[in-house]
Design a binder for this molecule. Structure first.
Ligand code: FES
Ligand code: FES
Length: 156
């Protein structure tokens, strides 16, 4: 089948197998930030955005992206780097394996939730498994990142 969609704002049209998943399609288009972990919709590592909403690309049929806008970390480099500095600052990135999916979800959450509570943050990010950090340092990094603008404004 022919798939035509937008990847990070660029229109792409390709012939694909009907059973191809979005993860493989995106990697074929050079989006190597999209990684495969469990391949069973359980770890969150393969998260990308479809129409600005996070989806697990390992279990999202590529054909369903027909005409839609897909965003990967390649399209969010500046924000991803900024949040990455917060993760590093809190020692919340150890092996780094979980980071691509985690970053995609944190940046989506920032757009979706205004002033989220700890509970809301935990719930939003509950699909991102991390085998290293125990989530405490990640939580500190997320909260500090989300409040950075307020802190910057207060410092002026
Ligand atoms: S690889 Fe998709 S959820 Fe784990
Ligand atoms: S930092 Fe290693 S899995 Fe999260």
């Amino acid at each position: 089948m022919e798939l035509s969609c937008y990847i990070n704002g660029r229109r792409v049209t390709k012939q694909i197998d009907a059973d191809m998943v979005l993860l493989d399609f995106l990697r074929e288009q050079g989006c190597y930030s999209v990684k495969r972990g469990c391949d069973t919709a359980n770890c969150g590592l393969c998260t990308v955005w479809v129409e600005e909403k996070p989806v697990l690309s390992c279990s999202f049929p590529a054909g369903r992206a027909q005409g839609l806008h897909i965003t990967t970390m390649e399209g969010l480099q500046k924000e991803a780097e900024e949040f990455g500095r917060f993760l590093a600052g809190y020692g919340a990135e150890q092996c780094g394996f979980c980071s691509p999916g985690f970053i995609m979800n944190v940046l989506a959450m920032e757009r979706e939730l205004k002033n989220p509570t700890d509970e809301e943050i935990r719930e939003y990010l509950s699909g991102n498994l991390c085998r290293c950090t125990g989530y405490v340092s990640q939580m500190r990094a997320v909260k500090d990142y989300l409040s950075r603008e307020k802190k910057e404004a207060a410092a002026q």
